[in-house]
Design a binder for this molecule. Structure first.
Ligand code: DX5
Ligand code: ZN
Length: 217
């Protein structure tokens, strides 16, 4: 079995001291840095954009896992890759041309992926996996940190895992929302490769230990 990875979401970090929040991730043994970009249109909230990704890239020492919650992501993918995204994922129903957008991200030398909100069926977008390196399954509705994990989404993970194995696709499955020490084991067992965790890591008394527990070590 391949090693699971943990990608803490800096949305739960300290915005007054983002440098500390990002540098700590390396010290705590995290694998990736999950960056939530929200535009106030696709989701209600607004977080940060390209300048922030660029700034984080300069100090992170870990790959950047950039989750776009924006309308018509095709308008911005090139800039996000230039700013340092290593993984760039977007919600396909927010795009006018999801397949082309995935191809574009890959052509720019970045790993590409789609994100499925809880109300979006896997089968409707499965055809996109041929151009994906990552499939991000939301276990909360995108737009806010600190929400409760929707356990039914593990069925979607299993469905996707089966499809990926059956079609022999080199796609990793990531899950995002409400993941922590209490549910990480069932998440891993469902077939998730990369676990995003925001509140669980940043609000932990011992984040390094929490990351290890989530990773299953
Ligand atoms: C929600 C974001 C998540 C969020 C996860 O829109 O995509 O990445 O920050 O936070 P927790 O782990 O606190 O649910
Ligand atoms: Zn996210």
């Amino acid at each position: 079995m391949t090693k699971r990875l943990v990608s803490p979401s800096i949305l739960a970090g300290d915005f007054v001291n983002m440098e500390r929040s990002v540098r700590s991730l390396k010290e705590w043994g995290a694998d990736l840095v999950h960056c939530d970009v929200m535009d106030g249109v696709y989701v209600k909230n607004i977080t940060f954009g390209m300048p922030m990704i660029k700034a984080i890239k300069g100090i992170a020492e870990l790959p950047l896992d950039v989750h776009l919650m924006i309308t018509e992501p095709e308008r911005y993918v090139e800039e996000f890759v230039k700013c340092g995204a290593d993984y760039l994922t977007f919600h396909p129903e927010a795009s006018k041309c999801p397949l082309e957008t995935l191809k574009k991200i890959r052509a720019l030398g970045c790993k590409a992926g789609i994100v499925l909100n809880p109300n979006i069926a896997f089968k409707d977008w499965a055809y996109l996996l041929e151009e994906c390196d990552m499939l991000l399954i939301m276990s909360v509705y995108a737009g806010l940190g600190g929400q409760k994990f929707i356990a039914e989404m593990l069925d979607k993970v299993k469905e996707a895992k089966e499809y990926i194995v059956k079609n022999n696709l080199p796609v990793v499955i990531e899950i995002d929302g409400g993941v922590g020490e209490a549910n990480a084991k069932e998440v891993r067992e469902a077939g998730v490769d990369i676990l995003v965790a925001g509140s669980a890591v940043y609000r932990s008394d011992d984040p390094a230990r929490t990351i290890n527990i989530i990773r299953g070590e």
